[in-house]
Design a protein around this ligand. Structure first.
Ligand SMILES: C[S@@+](CC[C@H](N)C(=O)[O-])C[C@H]1O[C@@H](n2cnc3c(N)ncnc32)[C@H](O)[C@@H]1O
Length: 217
């Protein structure tokens, strides 16, 4: 799970060690996420995959102080930007990690996660790169193992081709979907929290697709 790191960014990230998980800690964390956050081990754990600069996770965490949120993001520079927001908002229910989602099974035990958020993941438009999409069946099968049986994936994307592909993959992997929309902002639910990419694409007139995938009957 180790990533090549930029030492000067790592130094800055260390200032936020209270909530940006160091690699050593990640290596022994599976099964212990709830203890990491607070003494209340009944709290739900919601995980955002590809957190970006943290607008979404810090806003949703602020509004839901009794839920634990973890943001996983490949790019250390971007995690640093998110960490500054967590610090500014003084959020005790957020953790961040510089982490490659390809290794997600290494840091959770079965059924440890209540919900995943996948917001505007890289579309990898070339067919030969389809396996890299975070909604490819291989990823969905990994998420299934670490999600509670009643758990959900909340998925948003501007990219219609990726959305259609993802609906197919959910079906192939045995997930059901609800709340499917091809134009989320046409009648935007008040509870929707926009991400950086969502604002960018929406301001360009691009429609936003969204669905919730789940496993339970
Ligand atoms: C298009 S951006 C979207 C960022 C944010 N979710 C938003 O909606 O504004 C996709 C993010 O996913 C991250 N990402 C891509 N592949 C990843 C992986 N395998 N593991 C962790 N993060 C990844 C990228 O570094 C990037 O920050």
């Amino acid at each position: 799970m180790r990533l090549r790191r930029k030492p000067h960014i790592d130094e800055k990230i260390k200032n936020f060690a209270a909530f940006v998980m160091p690699n050593e800690k990640l290596e022994n964390i599976n099964g212990r996420w709830r203890e990491e956050f607070s003494d209340d081990t009944t709290r739900e754990l919601h995980v955002e995959l590809g957190t970006g600069k943290g607008d979404f996770i810090t806003t949703i965490a602020e509004k839901n102080s009794a839920i634990n949120f973890l943001g996983l993001e490949l790019e250390a520079t971007v995690v640093l930007a998110a960490a500054r927001k967590v610090h500014e908002k003084n959020l005790s229910n957020v953790r961040l990690a510089v982490f490659d989602i390809n290794h997600i099974e290494e840091i959770f035990s079965a059924g440890e996660v209540d919900r995943f958020y996948i917001n505007f993941c890289d579309p990898w438009p070339k067919k030969r790169h389809a396996k890299r999409r975070l909604t490819y069946i291989k990823f969905l099968d990994m998420y299934k193992k670490i999600l509670k049986p009643s758990g959900e994936i909340h998925f948003k994307t501007d990219n219609r081709a990726l959305f259609d592909f993802s609906l197919e993959q959910f079906d192939l992997a045995g997930w059901k979907v609800r709340d499917v929309t091809f134009d989320l902002h046409d009648a935007e639910p008040p509870e929707n929290i926009r991400t950086e990419y969502e604002n960018k694409f929406s301001s360009q007139g691009v429609k936003i697709n969204r669905c919730v995938a789940f496993l339970a009957e």
